[in-house]
Write a protein that binds this ligand. Structure first.
Ligand code: SAH
Ligand code: DHB
Ligand code: MG
Length: 236
């Protein structure tokens, strides 16, 4: 099995289950034309995020790492009436492009793109004491994924879902010698979530799913925020 097969399969899924989509396709084209790195979630991943958000009837979503707003559009489209999405992006040029892509998709009213390093904008957001977010998608600089996870916990409630992208990195998560800061971030995330041994591990029930596709071999961590005394659901 090769990257080529993975991409071919993604194309079949895209053709049969997703299809052309004027606003999402326009966003990807605009991102490419502006020279943004081609690192948005794939269409099948975007649709998975969308379906997860819809499955839980999400009314408020927080995204950390906007790029050109491709995943933001998928997520914002899942919001129930009156919902909103806040998305955080360090690069002002990316954020501006995201705003225009989101506007074109007719979602400008629902989405709040905030410019700045997430470790600066998250405390500002928390200070506003927003309603708890139903879903948080963490997809910014991977080094800080564990820190973003802690912020996500502060900004959610029992029943909320926290998803982190790019936690496998070609399997490097299993390479004990890796010095890649993204891999170290993912390792720290998993240690943080390591069950009864950690305070945070007791507050969520989590798993990590390896994925292959047009973006290669990577994966997501998915965590459900637990209520007091609620079981993890696995015999850890
Ligand atoms: N979620 C997007 C892809 C995000 S790529 C999608 O799927 O469409 C990662 C993004 O995180 C990049 O745009 C990068 O500029 C941004 N980023 C990197 N460091 C950041 C930081 N410290 N705070 C906020 N955003 C950051
Ligand atoms: C890369 C991929 C991503 O999904 C992301 O959010 C950031 C970087 C990458 O492949 O470099
Ligand atoms: Mg990503």
């Amino acid at each position: 099995m090769s990257d080529r097969t993975w991409s071919d399969v993604d194309r079949i899924v895209e053709r049969q289950l997703i299809g052309e989509d004027r606003d999402l396709d326009a966003a990807l084209a605009a991102n490419a034309a502006a020279g943004l790195p081609p690192i948005a979630v794939t269409p099948s991943q975007g649709k998975l995020l969308h379906l997860l958000a819809r499955s839980i009837g999400a009314r408020s979503i927080l995204e950390i790492g906007t790029l050109g707003g491709y995943s933001s559009i998928w997520l914002a489209r899942a919001l129930t009436d009156g919902g909103r999405l806040v998305t955080l992006e360090a690069d002002a040029r990316y954020a501006e492009l995201a705003e225009s892509n989101i506007e074109r998709a007719g979602l400008g009213e629902l989405v709040d793109v905030r410019v700045g390093k997430a470790l600066d904008t998250l405390p500002q957001l928390a200070a506003e004491q927003p309603e708890p977010f139903d879903l948080v998608f963490i997809d910014a600089d991977k080094t800080h994924t564990p820190d973003y996870f802690q912020w996500a916990l502060r900004l959610t409630r029992p029943g909320s879902v926290i998803i982190a992208d790019n936690v496998i990195r070609d399997g490097a998560l299993a390479d004990p010698d890796s010095t890649d800061s993204a891999v170290l971030g993912s390792r720290r995330l998993h240690e943080m979530l390591a069950g009864d041994r950690s305070e945070i591990g007791q507050r969520v029930s989590a798993t990590t799913i390896q994925t292959v596709g047009a973006k290669g071999y990577d994966g997501f961590t998915f965590a459900l925020v637990l209520g007091a005394g609620e079981p993890d659901g696995s015999d850890r």
